[in-house]
Design a protein around this ligand. Structure first.
Ligand code: C2E
Ligand code: MG
Ligand code: MG
Ligand code: MG
Length: 282
């Protein structure tokens, strides 16, 4: 943060700044050791078919469990991991772990669904990214169609030949691709027709007020219609209330994800949810 602002006299002598940068350095050195100390953990949140409530996928959401800091949410350390490059080994770990967990659930339950993994810009642009993805699939003997990579609009925004090449290669290998946080990136829409996305995730900020705000209802309805005309599936994020789900169903939204179905939970808790869901919706 301070780096981008330059070194004004105020910043140099601000005691608050000093404290912040000290804290930052401390967190950074802890994060460097998080992988080897086995402090990272994946939580999982189900994605369900809106009409039936049947599971179609699960999103892997990283947590950092540090003895000194407790459970740290990704918003607090993924940006730092991006800046320092630590996102490369962390991202590899996420891919391997998510594929391994998914393979095990399939073998143990026989239920057909996919795992969605978040990818950050620096990780996506790393020269070895495609290899890393294919390697995670191969090592864990997971079919590519059971992996979906979630890419934010922000990443697509600074679009380049590179971005489109990487997406195309992944698509050719049969990996599924989704646009995460759709509607928050101030991006032009042209990429939706030229890039090989399968799924569009409507950001939870639109879903939150879909019942009370006519404008949000209009936006959500329009996004669903547009996505369908482009051949994309739609997932609504952040569904917390039954009324929101009813609205989404009425407007043909394909899938939903949110606290209404389950909060993100540990892998073993998710497996319990999974078998319960399967019994209920079979
Ligand atoms: P995201 O991919 O958009 O994930 C959805 C976020 O919404 C998650 O926050 C989830 O816990 C939260 N959420 C789910 N249902 C509800 C709901 O009904 N209401 C509300 N208010 N929130 C809900 P989380 O787990 O804190 O993750 C935050 C962000 O961190 C993610 O946003 C994603 O961008 C990033 N992230 C998480 N795991 C990873 C990872 O493994 N790698 C990378 N690069 N980024 C990750
Ligand atoms: Mg996501
Ligand atoms: Mg595809
Ligand atoms: Mg999202």
């Amino acid at each position: 943060q301070a780096k981008s602002k330059g070194k004004s006299a105020y910043q140099r002598f601000s005691p608050e700044m000093k404290e912040n940068s000290h804290e930052r350095i401390q967190i950074e050195s802890r994060l460097r050791r998080a992988l080897e100390l086995d402090e990272l953990q994946l939580y999982y949140q189900p994605i369900v078919e809106a009409k039936t409530g049947r599971v179609v996928g699960t999103e892997a959401l990283i947590r950092w469990n540090n003895p000194a800091m407790g459970i740290v949410s990704p918003d607090k350390f993924i940006p730092l991991a991006e800046e320092t490059g630590l996102i490369i080994p962390i991202g590899n770990w996420v891919l391997q772990t998510a594929c391994r967990d998914m393979k095990r659930w399939q073998e143990e339950t026989g239920i057909d669904f996919l795992v969605a993994v978040n990818v950050s810009p620096r990780q996506f642009r790393d020269a070895s990214f495609v290899r890393t993805v294919l390697d995670a699939l191969k090592t864990n003997e997971l079919e590519p169609k059971h992996l979906e990579l979630e890419i934010t609009e922000r990443l697509i925004l600074d679009d380049s030949i590179e971005t489109s090449d990487i997406l195309r290669t992944l698509d050719k290998h049969g990996v599924r691709l989704s646009v995460d946080d759709f509607g928050t990136g101030y991006s032009a829409l042209g990429y939706l027709k030229s890039y090989p996305f399968d799924t569009l995730k409507i950001d939870k900020s639109f879903v939150q007020d879909v019942i009370n705000e006519a404008e949000d209802a209009a936006l959500v309805t329009a996004i669903i219609t547009m996505a369908h005309s482009l051949g994309l599936e739609v997932i609504a994020e952040g569904v917390e209330e039954q009324e929101q789900l009813v609205f989404l169903r009425e407007h043909n939204c394909d899938c939903a994800q949110g606290y209404l179905f389950s909060k993100p939970v540990t892998a073993s808790e998710f497996k319990l949810w999974l078998t319960e869901n399967h019994k209920r919706t079979a």
